[in-house]
Design a protein around this ligand. Structure first.
Ligand code: MN
Length: 195
């Protein structure tokens, strides 16, 4: 089985001006393709070639873990966007956010703070556990909460390649503006399916 990069459900320019077409072309077009290609090279002829990608992430280490996790993370990241999408959570997810963080605004602020204080390259995650509890965490490089048994529902890429063409060193601005393109209907569905 070959791992493949799924085609995005929107046009390359659909995320502008928050994320430019050029960034999507480099980031999903070239960076993500490289992770997928490396993943296929590293798993060819091994037991990992027949596993779901999530299982590879949980069982592999070293270069295979890095490429498997990066391959999965970028799909999870790019498939949460839709500029015409729902602007805030609803139902059970919104109730849980208010219970845990006080308000949707303070929840978003905590995510932005996690991203601005992450040193170097990495990812900011919102996860749930089997009881529906929410957590915000950050991890360096390809770190992935799947390996801790947590279920991701949202992720923000804070590697420089995610924002440098559009925001240069202004990571905080990228983190603040990204809310405009996240489709909370998709996040609601992820939460309901996981919690
Ligand atoms: Mn990236």
């Amino acid at each position: 089985m070959k791992f493949e990069k799924p085609k995005l459900p929107y046009g390359l320019d659909a995320l502008e001006p928050i994320i430019s077409q050029e960034t999507v072309e480099y980031h999903y077009g070239k960076h993500e393709q490289a992770y997928i290609d490396n993943l296929n090279k590293l798993t060819e002829g091994t037991k990992y070639a027949e596993m779901p990608l999530e299982q590879v992430i949980c069982e592999a280490d070293g270069g295979l873990f890095n490429n498997a996790s990066q391959a999965w993370n970028h799909i999870f990241y790019f498939f949460q966007f839709n500029p015409g999408g729902q602007k805030q959570p609803t139902g059970r997810l919104m109730d849980k956010i208010k219970d845990t963080y006080g308000s949707f605004e303070s929840f978003k602020k905590e995510i932005e703070d996690a991203g601005t204080t992450l040193f170097g390259s990495g990812w900011v995650w919102v996860t749930t556990d089997t009881n529906g509890n929410l957590a915000i965490s950050k991890g360096s490089n390809a770190e992935n909460p799947l390996t801790k048994g947590l279920k991701p529902i949202l992720v923000i890429d804070v590697w420089e390649h995610a924002y440098y063409l559009d925001y240069q060193n202004r990571r905080a601005e990228y983190l603040h503006k990204i809310w405009d393109i996240i489709d909370w209907n998709l996040i609601d569905i992820r939460y309901i399916n996981q919690a």
